[in-house]
Design a protein around this ligand. Sequence first.
Ligand code: QAP
Ligand code: CO
Length: 181
Amino acid sequence: MGSLSGMTYKIRTFGDPVLLTQAAAVTDIDGKVIKIVEKMFETLYESESGIGLAAPQVGIQRQIFVWDMDDEPLVILNPKIVESDGEWVYDEGCLSIPGLYVEMTRPKTVLMKGVDLNGNEISFEADELEARLFQHELDHLNGVLMFDRMQPEQRKQAMAQYIMITEQVDPVEGIVRLRAE
Ligand code: QAP
Ligand code: CO
């Protein structure tokens, strides 16, 4: 190992309990954290059209997320949103809920603070798509998924749609189950 390819994580999908857990703050930015971040980027770039990935999505309960919206790989540790404003509607998707896109309203602009890989304080002011990404990835670090942000009726519909997307019927047994893989 150590080559550029083949260093990816498996992306956990809805049904995997790790997606519902609270991630712990990163206290030491050691080689292990660097390695995790590298591997998260590999996983993001290997994914089909992913622009953001949070550590719990690859089974790691640490407050880390990576994103790339403009051919610029970016990472933040221990992020928090300190200000948000407005409303913006967007058809939101998630690599852990593949194939499902749901129109969701969230704040339009946010100010996010956190720490970079050198331990320096960083902050990002963002709006629209990037602001949405920050809110979405931060939710992952708190074990929150898109479903949790939906109104009961919308959640019911989205769940039904996701079951349609993922249901597997064994040709012999005829058993329908949710794929958590
Ligand atoms: C989070 O989402 C996000 O369903 C990142 O089949 C959400 O990268 C950023 C993806 C909303 C901005 C706005 C989803 C790829 C990627 C899928 C993603 C799929 C393939 C989602
Ligand atoms: Co997601």
